[in-house]
Design a binder for this molecule. Sequence first.
Ligand code: ADP
Ligand code: MG
Length: 229
Amino acid sequence: MDTTKMIIERALSQGRRLLSEHESKELLRAYGIPVTREVEVRSSGDLVDALRAIGFPLVIKGSSPQAAHKSEQGLVKVDIRNDHEAVTAFEEIMSRMEGGDKAVLVQEMVKGTRELMAGMTRDSQFGPCVMFGLGGVFTEILKDVAFRVAPLEKRDAMEMIREIRANRIVDNIRGLPAADLDRLIDILLKLGEIGLKNEIIKEIDLNPIILSGSQPIAVDALIVLSSDT
Ligand code: ADP
Ligand code: MG
């Protein structure tokens, strides 16, 4: 069975409609969408191996079915620089989460100041629609988003990127390199493709996608499955 099917079947068999951040990224990675390197950790005994595998600086965040809006719940610690900071963050985050199946993600820290977002929503009339816009706090503040119905051609994706008011964010500006537009376009095309191929996926949210130099990398991801099938 392929990765996508396996991840979806496992969630459904457990009665879940939300994929964890880690599962969401595994699925996206299988389609070639760039996501953070990360390890899921359930016990302090496994923490040190994960720290060595990822390398400092890194990010530790809570991972549980209830952990949507993680930063609001104090479940995201960025720029962790040594073992001591990591152990403190691990203990604090674990103690803040409820429920049996709690874990943290030890994740590569993506350095970059520009945060974008992309996603897919399934419209009852039009089917899968792809969105693109500003990420992080600006998603809600500015609502600067472009939509297209899938399937997308390269030209549609390019138009979406140019359509947002803040489109200069992908340009060479203030000493930052221009974004790799081919990679960005590829992410948008793939989101449409995933929507068309997987009727069960209702929603995909990549927020933020951070530009690391010119390279877009999804540092947070959420996939929601439909409850009608
Ligand atoms: P949530 O959206 O559930 O609150 P996120 O995983 O999006 O949690 O993290 C909140 C913020 O923390 C992001 O918008 C981003 O600015 C920062 N962040 C999260 N993960 C990373 C990472 N791996 N590298 C760099 N910054 C990160
Ligand atoms: Mg987020």
